[in-house]
Design a binder for this molecule. Structure first.
Ligand code: CA
Length: 490
């Protein structure tokens, strides 16, 4: 009897607590550069606005410096789920199979009373764990007619994947148990390559010349040999499928007619021109950036659909929306596409958070936050305990406008996928102004050091510059301290 009363009391308290727990909607994309999200300003903001994403920023907080711990797809997802660096969660590169038996934020939110679901890109190879509902693309998935592994069963869909991921997210929201709070991860494949736009966006940006970044033609002098050895060049490495001379999706015949009807005549006209050298690179850049921005446009529209659903179903007030991506991306800067480097454009990822009543609308934050912090932030929002073995920190005080005095002043980065797109293993530390990078590979065995204030584009390493010796030594000490704090073994 006594146990029964205690149990009932416990249940009642739990239900009360559940009533106060806000919903958490995590809207996530793959490879979304800050320069392609207009709330961040940037050179493309006027040409390719993202009004729905900007709405999240305008009604919430924009983080200028959300830095990833390992700038590549699967590892970033594992960091978000575990709140631990890659060397502890086991997902060092895209090659491993994620160990779903370990502690994850979705499991902990389930325990805290949340209904949990993931819809869209998973990319971690193992079966999702800790989700009451999962509906995920197999591997990278494709832009058209995706197959979604739906709670273990393969279900084929017809249409544009970015739209379908939203359709299925809304479907899940509509059938959920409205008495419980939800944690929904809506994770798009877009704007990951190969950039196949929606049929409705094939002509968007058609008549515009997108401005080229000033470093489109970069010869990598002034830095170590690392960056010159890249294989992510817009000039050399895009190949036929990234440039839409070959398609990756399996289209329906109706889709093919429209899609191919758009690209084929343009491709034929291009071949007749027989462009060489810089002219060819410029053409590649326009083809790439337009398709990339078209894929972003579909994301933005679908974010708008999610926001509209929350508005129309009285959910906006009690739902925290977090928008982010697995890392940043190169949009032609240094002549590149892809990510991986500890340089600014791929180290940064977008982070926008709306929490009505908690976050002052239109606020902009410049603290160093990280995808390492997401798990603990979700748990903190839910009022759940944050395990001591997680390595980030909840950003909810920052959301309230009260950055703790001892908030991190430096960020540790570690990339492990040796040779992917020619990028060697490297690790380093930044304090937001200065950045120290070590390339430990025995053939390379070198360092770089940048002063972002005087060299924001990271064109000249100052590692051997005597004026910076004190700064470099201080960052070396900090690097050693961080590697010990985070238990880095290699
Ligand atoms: Ca990615």
């Amino acid at each position: 009897m006594r146990i029964k009363i205690l149990l009932l009391t416990f249940l009642a308290l739990s239900i009360q607590a559940a009533g106060k727990q806000p919903n958490i909607l995590f809207l996530f994309t793959d490879d979304h550069a800050l320069n392609a999200l207009s709330a961040y300003g940037g050179p493309l903001a006027k040409i390719a606005p993202t009004p729905h994403l900007d709405r999240i920023a305008n009604e919430g907080m924009l983080f200028k410096h959300c830095l990833v711990s390992n700038s590549i797809c699967a590892p970033s997802r594992a960091v978000i789920l575990t709140g631990k660096y890659s060397h502890l969660n086991g997902q060092l590169t895209n090659r491993e199979v994620f160990d779903g038996s370990q502690q994850t934020v979705s499991k902990l939110l389930q325990k805290a009373g949340y209904q949990t679901a993931i819809v869209g890109k998973w990319h971690l190879k193992s079966t999702p764990t800790g989700f009451d509902h999962f509906e995920v693309l197999k591997g990278q998935g494709q832009y058209y007619n995706p197959m979604l592994i739906t709670n273990g069963k393969n279900v084929k869909h017809t249409g544009y994947t970015t739209d379908i991921i939203t359709d299925q997210s809304l479907k899940w929201l509509k059938q959920r148990d409205a008495k419980k709070p939800f944690f929904l991860m809506t994770q798009h494949k877009a704007p990951h390559g190969r950039w196949e736009p929606a049929l409705r966006h094939l002509n968007t940006f058609e008549k515009i010349k997108i401005p080229e970044p000033p470093t489109l033609f970069d010869y990598y002098s002034g830095r170590s040999a690392a960056s010159a050895n890249h294989k992510m060049g817009i000039a050399e490495d895009m190949g036929p499928s990234r440039l839409m001379f070959r398609y990756s999706s399996k289209f329906t015949s109706e889709q093919f007619k429209i899609f191919d009807g758009h690209f084929r005549p343009r491709n034929e006209a291009f071949e007749k021109l027989n462009l060489q050298g810089r002219d060819r690179t410029r053409w590649n850049y326009q083809r790439y950036i337009k398709n990339y921005l078209r894929c972003v446009k579909a994301v933005d529209e679908n974010v708008g659909r999610m926001l509209k659903y929350l508005d129309e179903n009285a959910l906006a007030k009690n739902t925290v929306i977090i928008y982010s991506s697995d890392q940043g991306f190169w949009l032609g800067e240094h002549g590149w596409f892809d990510k991986r480097w500890m340089y600014e454009e791929s180290l940064h990822t977008p982070l926008l958070i709306r929490w009505p009543g908690r976050v002052k609308p239109g606020s902009i934050n410049a603290n160093l936050v990280s995808n390492l912090d997401f798990a603990q932030t979700f748990l903190d929002i839910a009022g759940a305990v944050q395990p001591s073995d997680m390595q980030g920190r909840s950003i909810t005080p920052i959301l309230r406008g009260q950055t703790p005095k001892d908030w991190r002043k430096t960020h540790y980065y570690h990339y492990y996928e040796a040779g992917g797109h020619g990028v060697p293993i490297h690790y380093g530390v930044t304090d937001g102004r200065y950045k120290l990078i070590r390339f430990p590979d025995s053939k390379l065995d070198t360092w770089e050091f940048f002063d972002l204030k005087t060299d924001p584009q990271e064109l000249k390493s100052r590692y051997t510059d005597k004026d910076y010796i004190q700064k470099i030594n201080a960052l070396k000490e900090e690097l050693t301290r961080l590697r010990s704090q985070y238990k880095v073994v290699e």
